[in-house]
Design a protein around this ligand. Sequence first.
Ligand code: ZN
Length: 452
Amino acid sequence: MLLQNVACSAYGWNEARHRLGSKLDRNLERLLESEWWPRGEIDSFQDERVAEIVRHAYEHVPYYRDAFRRAHLTPDDVRGVADLEKLPVLTKEAVRAHEAGFLSGLADRRRLVLRRTSGTTGTSLHLYASRDAAALQWAVWWRHRVRFGVRPGDWHANFTGKIVVPSEQEAPPYWRWNLPMRQIVLNMQHLTPAKIEPIVRFLDGRRLAFFAGYPSILHAFAASALERGLTLSSPPRVVTSGAENMHEFQRRDIVAVTGAIVTDQYGQTEACGNASHCERLVYHEDFEFGVLECVDPEPLPDGRVRGRIVCTGYANPDFPLIRYDTGDLGVWAPDGRHCECGRSSRVLVAVEGRVEDYVVTPEGRRIMRFDYLFKDARSVKECQVVQTDRRRLTLRIVRRDGYDGRDEAFLRDAVAEWISPRLEVDFDYVDEIAREPNGKFRAVKSTLDAAA
Ligand SMILES: [Zn+2]
């Protein structure tokens, strides 16, 4: 136990050195100022940075030099954000196929950090980030937290998928201290109703500033606590999540247990774009870090548009990603809409997750979110919507006590009313819903394209 605490702290110290160093403080200070810039200043900043990264990529990065030449483009053709559309969209596949080709000739390889990420298929993608890029990314993430009154150095709980306390351990402590990072680490394997009571009691006595984690892992904590009728009497000020979509059933349970503000940010390991909630829980593009383009826009009511989130990051010139297709969909507010918080950066109304995560109805409608189905189905602990056939839908459900035939009838009616009366609904009751190879929870899974 003691050794594990030490190992955990040692890992934390190395991380802390480059996460929480003076570079982080300086970056954070700058970001807390720039977030209030007027729109004109934001636009010229982004135009300048885009032109700069494109020129750098053309001159020093083999992949782009070839790609731009093939497209008969030179850096003079890209003077700002509006010119990005002249460049081809970069797919994950292309990065995977040419990994070394994305390294800048100017990069100091000893100062690069390897990052691995994987798609839903589990195939891994290797990227490099400079320490400067990592420090800026961490500052962006910290700015999000600062908006809710927490500061670097505040004690917090980190809910993780990494096995910190071995799964087979059957007695508390189900947590580890990480002193340099000032965090208590809890891994998801122990967030079960059987083990949740000592965990809730332990956390409740700590006066933690915030909880952080994937929505699905924070939700595992909340759902288990609810099942045992437990809530926190001294809750954290805020719960911050990221890396997956937060679904309404998850938010509902997390709020019920913590009574805290639940806030989210959108970003990727690829470190080329980010958006974070403001105090009004509205996503703002973190424009100092990269551009989030809306590609293949589909108009929605009230001037909103839905499109693919394509990112150009300018914080990582050693391994630049220009017009990188994240595979996620976003919904943008009408241009020029001002958020009540007073910031002028671009606003996203929603981040809808991966492009393949939708259901197609027999009428041909595409449906991405199912939150409204489960809003009133309180006996549903977790649900995944699965489609393998155009005429059928399977609701894979983890039930709570009290779930009965009425819930099934309610959900069947709700699908008929909200999605399609022509869809057959099957129910698949399970003890748990498996995570993807990358550890993430998927609320919608469709195999339709593969089947076709
Ligand atoms: Zn705002």
